[in-house]
Design a protein around this ligand. Structure first.
Ligand code: ZN
Length: 199
């Protein structure tokens, strides 16, 4: 079925790797970049290269980070004594933008999902344990999504926190069951964080 020339085929195949992009969209994007906007295509290539070589992960919170000092792990945030655990970088961004929370974060990069083979080890929870054990955290706020797996993860995290003698709370109000934090509006999210409950 595929009659693209080799380079075009590779470009379309690469675009199809993006989330939500099917064959038709990938072809439209490729043609747009090649035909209408070669300058944008050049900038896209450059930005991708720069991002790949210049953006890493903060070893502490595991958020994307491009400077030696992570902006989410500043001394001021550390001094707040709070650690908010989220599933994804997008959840971190949503909470930080919508709420007045200014403590530190820990990004799970997923959630516990035994059926998919994702256990504590796959999530790297040893790194979280190290944070909980270093004496800098007074309160852990569990902000996993209110999905079945998010709740199971929250339960596991709460046990970790309690075992480490740390106050644990869970965001609660207004976040719809089955919802994803990334898509919850700012007001609801702010309310959810301020209305967190001890677990
Ligand atoms: Zn960090």
């Amino acid at each position: 079925m595929n009659t693209y020339s080799p380079r075009l085929a590779r470009l379309i195949e690469a675009l199809r790797k993006l989330p939500g992009v099917g064959p038709k969209s990938a072809q439209r994007m490729a043609f747009h970049l090649l035909d209408r906007d070669r300058r944008a295509a050049e900038q896209l290539g450059l930005a991708l290269n720069e991002a790949l070589s210049g953006i890493g992960r903060c070893p502490s919170c595991r958020m994307f980070c491009e400077d030696a000092a992570c902006r989410y792990c500043s001394p001021a945030r550390r001094a707040a004594g709070q650690l908010c655990v989220v599933e994804t970088p997008a959840d971190l961004m949503a909470i930080d933008a919508a709420t007045s929370y200014r403590g530190r974060y820990f990004v799970l990069m997923g959630r516990l999902s035994p059926l998919d083979g994702v256990g504590p080890e796959e999530l790297g929870l040893a790194a979280l344990q190290a944070l909980l054990d270093d004496g800098s955290v007074q309160e852990m706020i569990v902000a996993t999504n209110p999905t079945v797996e998010g709740e199971a993860t929250a339960y596991y995290l709460a046990e970790m926190g309690k075992a480490a003698g740390i106050k644990v709370s869970r965001i609660a109000h207004g976040v719809p069951m089955g919802g994803e934090l990334e898509y919850v509006d700012g007001g609801t999210l702010a309310h959810a964080l301020s209305g967190r409950t001890p677990v």
